[in-house]
Design a protein around this ligand. Sequence first.
Ligand code: GAL
Length: 423
Amino acid sequence: MLRFNRKIFIHLFFFLVILSIICMGCKNKENTDKKLEIFTWWTTGGEVDGLNEMYKIYKRRYPDIEIVNAVVAGGAGINAKAVLKTRMQEGDPPDSFQVHAGRGLIESWVVLDKIEPITFIFKENNNFEAYPKGLIDIISYKGEIFSVPVNIHRSNVLWYNKKIFNENGLTPPQTIEELFKLSETLKAKGITPIALGDKEIWVAVHILENILLGIMGEDNYKGLWNTKKLWKNPDIEKVLINYVRMMKFVNKDHSALDWQGASQYIIDGKCAMMVMGDWAEGYFKSKGLTPNKEFGWKPFPDTSGAFLMLSDSFCVPKNAKNRNAAINWLALCASKEGQDAFNPQKGSIPARVDTNENLYDEYLASAMRDFKKDIIVPSVAHGATASEVWLKEIESAMASFLSDLNIEKAFNKLSEIAEKNIK
Ligand code: GAL
């Protein structure tokens, strides 16, 4: 009996030892990640500066983890999104990737069950109060949150070179008609009115969404993404007519430049104005410019009172190799510290509403004010309001429009695409 008990005891002892080794292993798993691969399309100017600020904090918090900065150049993720898709299909996900908040996130990844719900990060850090409800809504699906927004960008901004405006006694245009009148004046003086770099086709959709909002107004602009008949509205024709009018005033080499190249034309005084999201502000600052000194800004003509928004967020794919390191990255993206380090450089405002306003320059402070009081409308060029499939089709319609400037053809194409994509 005694021998029998001793045997059981010895077996039990070894069983418990092995069990505790296994448990310790599980517990320590949190600390076993040695790497963190972060995938973005941020390669220049304020984008890199902002990202590096967050990397610095991460390295301070987790000195043993090596950050692998996986970047694929191309504005609006035009190339990165394609590379990411291939990697995900091949079962080689990065640990965390940049993704536009909104339908791009939900339809490309969430409904296909490719990324993890991360509602627990919001819960653990009490983030529900800190984020605008509208933003939480567009990153949620069936009661779970799927990404962490790190910023809010504004798409409907007209930037201008202050020296050109001051020297010629000009004031920034409030309406599209004023924009063209001013452009005539500048042209007559031998100054190229509008800087454009549409080598990457997303820029054409970016301009399109600005004119759509200006001509159609907030309600109809919002309606476009779920109402087929709005695409047959004569306003769409007006939008395309104005797009063609604008092309008369842009730099000749526009199709050879990207958005950074066009921004450089504003810096160098080669052009007077530019339509671009506020990442351009980050670019100007990274080149040593000061807001309201060398460059000024206004909402795109006829869109004052509306904030065309998009948001960069980060998510964790299922089967990420370094999941715990990635979760910690998302927690940093969600934090005040992370957002206050990133956004002042990036040219965006924080996604949280409780950050330190003193850290933000004059332009960003004005964007924060506008975000609070304006009507918020979602950007199509930057993934907030159409599926990626639809967006790709709009991009290709715009590519053919740029090649022939055929208004009727583009009108029919855009409404045909909408017909197909609106359920
Ligand atoms: C946007 C993105 C911004 C900025 C811009 C230019 O889509 O949200 O963060 O990177 O493209 O690439």
